[in-house]
Ligand binder design. Structure first.
Ligand code: CAA
Length: 379
């Protein structure tokens, strides 16, 4: 057992931390308030190589490991979870899926511009009536010989309006259940494909989440990922890695709120001494720090397993479950420590508290993570 990061991993973490402080922090409150997508910042993240972090350099990726991905996600999410979700979805739900299961032609055409960050991708599984119950897809992809005819609606799609490339999960043969589902690469601009308005959300308000509508969209057969009927397993395998990213996002939100609370409790005085001299506050800080460290270890373990080529589905669900609970609990406590100041935007913690909630919902609710974990336990 070895807990040290390599020199390279330390450098990557520092680059992410500096970027978050210098480029994300200045406009984060305004972007949240006006639901403004961090377009300039996403371009800079692409230049840093953070949008295709784990992709092989031969496909324009940075060839970094999953541990580095966790470090970057934590640092970015301490400051701006709306920006970090773009990084997470592009890396683990889009680039990973294409690199692991796409054809050589798909990698050349679609993965390369996504890994370099020239283009942004979206992962489209959720529907108005199929969120947790992912096999109940109503979107249909009917086999027409040389193409699929795609019809239906997708909901809550991260990068929904800014993406150029969409990985869409759809039902081809209902009679075959999950084995009748396919994953198709859909390009923005294909006839019959439209995007709905940006959702007005509680948190991660800078991220553009919207619905997608497919009306007789002709998707060429060569845009199907993997064999016929592989779509559901494609989605599940991709989400296994995605959950490491969201777990690290939750970790970052918690760590960001904790750091703010720690600093505030040293500065602010009450009853003649700094807040941090009161045992009630010390106990809160001790709980927060301990839970954050446990969440960090779960995230790093899941990433390490992935890097070793070992099974990591259960570990990523454990990391996501625990880190998202920690994010929620820690941010609520951070607001409490700040008192009235915690309730106003200038102090950042109220935003982190709002952002924390989505980590218990997307890429599988906490209840879904418990299903995944317990199935592995009982297998
Ligand atoms: N890896 C590989 N295969 C898997 C798998 C995995 N992790 N999980 C399931 N499978 C396989 C099973 O082995 C089974 O295959 P066989 O029949 O060949 O054995 C098949 O898939 C069906 O599995 P289940 O019977 O377990 O399927 P289920 O209907 O009971 O569902 C579930 C399982 C875990 C609940 C799943 O539906 C799930 O994860 N739901 C949540 C979906 C989700 O995370 N949605 C979030 C949307 S994405 C998002 O939020 C993106 C964003 O924009 C941020």
């Amino acid at each position: 057992m070895y807990f040290e990061l390599s020199e390279e991993q330390e450098m990557i973490r520092k680059a992410a931390r500096d970027f978050a402080q210098n480029e994300l922090k200045p406009g984060v409150i305004e972007r949240d308030e006006h639901q403004k997508f961090p377009a300039e910042q996403v371009k800079m993240l692409a230049e840093l190589g953070f949008l295709g972090m784990m992709v092989d350099p031969k496909y324009n990726g940075s060839g970094m490991d999953a541990v580095s991905y966790v470090l970057v996600m934590e640092e970015l999410s301490k400051i701006d979870a709306s920006a970090s979700v773009v990084v997470s979805v592009n890396n683990s739900l889009v680039c990973f899926g294409l690199e692991a299961y796409g054809s050589e032609e798909q990698k050349e055409k679609y993965l390369k511009p996504l890994a370099s960050g020239e283009k942004i991708g979206a992962f489209c599984l959720s529907e108005p009536e199929a969120g947790s119950d992912a096999t109940s897809q109503r979107t249909t992809a009917i086999d027409m010989g040389d193409h699929y005819l795609l019809n239906g609606v997708k909901n809550w799609i991260t990068n929904g309006t800014t993406a150029s490339t969409y990985l869409v999960i759809a039902q081809t043969d209902k009679g075959k259940g999950h084995r009748g589902i396919n994953a198709l690469i859909v390009e923005k601009g294909m006839e019959g494909f439209t995007q709905g308005p940006k959702e007005n959300k509680l948190g991660i308000r800078g991220s553009d989440t919207c619905s997608l509508m497919f009306n007789d969209v002709k998707v060429p057969k060569e845009n199907r990922i993997g064999e016929d009927g592989f779509g559901f397993k494609f989605a599940m395998k991709t989400l296994d890695g995605g959950r490491i990213g969201i777990a690290a996002q939750a970790l970052g939100i918690a760590a960001g709120a904790y750091e703010l609370a720690l600093n505030y409790s040293n500065e602010r005085k009450a009853f003649g001494k700094p807040l941090s001299n009161h045992q009630a506050i010390q106990f809160k800080l001790a709980d927060m720090a301990t839970e954050i460290e446990a969440a960090r270890l779960l995230c790093l373990k899941a990433a390490w397993l992935k890097d070793q080529g070992l099974p990591y589905a259960q570990a990523s669900s454990m990391a996501k479950l625990y880190a998202s609970q920690t994010a929620m609990k820690t941010t609520v406590e951070a607001v409490q420590i700040h008192g009235g100041y915690g309730f106003v935007k200038e102090y950042h913690v109220e935003r982190l508290m709002r952002d924390a909630k989505i980590t218990q919902i997307y890429e599988g609710t906490s209840e879904i993570q418990k299903i995944v974990i317990s199935r592995e336990l009982l297998r």
